[in-house]
Design a protein around this ligand. Structure first.
Ligand SMILES: Cc1cc2nc3c(=O)[nH]c(=O)nc-3n(C[C@H](O)[C@H](O)[C@H](O)COP(=O)(O)O)c2cc1C
Length: 432
């Protein structure tokens, strides 16, 4: 299964030409809940662009064929029981050019004005671990630097480690436009021997078709595949707008040289606007199963944990628990802060509050919190490098924990939300 299988139903198709320089991003962020297909990208008559595919938990759930509240369970099951891939099949993409001037074939958007740069933020890099043979998949922003070259942001995780253990340039495939299950798997960090392709295959019930290109296994239905090499040479990356929607610092990062470019006929080039909903969901959601497991060790009655979009799906978390004793909420909050070191604020709520509903969480804070008793601050902790409010001299910040659960010594019914009877059973359209 590929990207096309989810471009059905509530997708909005724009037929008027759109400029990849700012205009495409401007339309994408107008209403991020709308999956958009740009049928006409100025300068690229053969190519469509697609965005906002995974911009809400509901859309991700529907792509995975589960209920919204069950995404974390689906991810947990897939990472604990990855599914072996079927034999490689023929690719649905076709060879287009060797050593290409990439921007001649695919639109590479610019998103933000102050420091204009062309970036692909939707590229999944596939590389083989020289020791385990496992294929690693991970997203890496790619700044276009003319002709065949991109500068790739390489944080010190698995791909970085593979590169360190490889002699000479590292051969990679860059895959753009795949099923959301592959995107979620690529954004998941597991042990180095975990195959993200097999995780995606488990999420898709065994329906992930793969193929082999330049010795690497990639999704056969990918819309765009580039192969090339990560070279030893470094150049300046950025400035780039990261998850916090503020400008990241400029670093020296490795150059990737593209040696061959492949496209599906009538390709749908996948666009992720940096710092917006899709970027946030893809970063945050794969963290939730791990945070859930760690909180569960401390408070077994934890119900759900959500990294909230308002907090960049990275800096703020909400934990829903079934509270058994006073103190459970603070323990659950401390465990969540420890489980995800980038989390700066955690709110702990009772199980009657949906942690993914920011209005409901604020209502719990408004009606169940007294700041002198229920708010804890932890000073000089290490947080996310993306938080511009931290003390950059010491690299530390203050974390906080809000216990928004009902106190044990109070009448629980005093805090229950009054409901209108029958609200779930009546439908306006039936009365029109
Ligand atoms: C849209 C998006 C963009 C990302 N950009 C980068 C990036 O530029 N550099 C990076 O190292 N990680 C980036 N990440 C995070 C990694 O892809 C992610 O942490 C992945 O799980 C790392 O895999 P690994 O631990 O197997 O190396 C990005 C994630 C997403 C969802």
């Amino acid at each position: 299964m590929g990207l096309r299988s989810v471009l059905t139903g509530a997708t909005t198709t724009l037929t008027e030409p759109v400029d990849p320089r700012f205009e495409l991003a401007a339309l994408a962020v107008q209403d991020e809940s709308l999956p958009l297909v740009f049928e006409s990208v100025a300068g690229y008559p053969e190519v469509s662009a697609v965005t906002n595919v995974v911009s809400s938990r509901d859309r991700i759930a529907s792509a995975l064929g589960v209920e919204s509240g069950d995404i974390v369970t689906a991810l947990t099951n897939a990472t604990t029981a990855p599914r072996e891939l079927s034999a490689p099949m023929d690719a649905m993409f076709e060879h287009v050019a060797d050593s290409p001037t990439v921007a001649d074939y695919v639109p590479i958007p610019t998103y933000y004005a102050e420091h204009e740069r062309q970036y692909i933020a939707s590229g999944i890099v596939v590389a083989q671990d020289p020791d385990t043979g496992v294929h690693n998949l991970s997203f890496h922003r790619l700044m276009y630097d003319g002709d065949t070259d991109f500068v790739m942001r390489l944080v010190e995780r698995h791909l970085h480690d593979i590169r360190t253990r490889t002699d000479g340039p590292l051969g990679v495939a860059i895959v753009v436009g795949v099923h959301p299950a592959v995107e979620l798997a690529a954004a998941t960090s597991g042990s180095p021997d975990m195959s993200e392709l097999e995780v995606a295959n488990a999420l898709l019930d065994g329906d992930l078709a793969t193929t082999t290109i330049d010795g690497l296994t990639v999704p056969a239905e990918a819309e765009l595949v580039m192969t090339g090499q990560i070279r030893a040479e470094t150049r300046s990356d950025g400035p780039f707008v990261d998850l916090s929607r503020t400008w990241d610092t400029v670093r020296q990062q490795p150059v990737v040289e593209i040696t061959s470019l492949h496209l599906r006929p009538d390709p749908n080039v996948r666009v992720v606007v940096p710092g917006r909903r899709e970027h946030a969901h893809l970063m945050g959601l794969p963290q939730e199963p791990r945070i859930h497991r760690i909180v569960e060790n401390t408070v077994p009655t934890v119900q759900e944990i959500v990294l909230t979009p308002g907090g960049c799906s990275w800096l703020h978390g909400v934990v829903a628990i079934e509270k058994r004793t006073e103190g459970d909420a603070k323990n659950a909050g401390l465990a969540a802060l420890a489980a995800h070191p980038s989390m700066k604020r955690v709110v702990v709520v009772d199980e009657d509050i949906d942690p993914a509903d920011s209005d409901a969480v604020e209502w719990a804070i408004a009606t169940r919190v007294q700041a002198d008793e229920d708010v804890e601050t932890i000073e000089k902790a290490k947080g996310s490098s993306l938080d511009p409010s931290q003390d950059f001299e010491t690299g530390t910040l203050t974390k906080w924990l809000i216990d928004a659960t009902v106190p044990e010594n109070r009448e629980q019914s005093d805090f229950a939300e009054a409901t209108v009877p029958g609200v779930e059973n009546v439908h306006l359209e039936e009365y029109q």
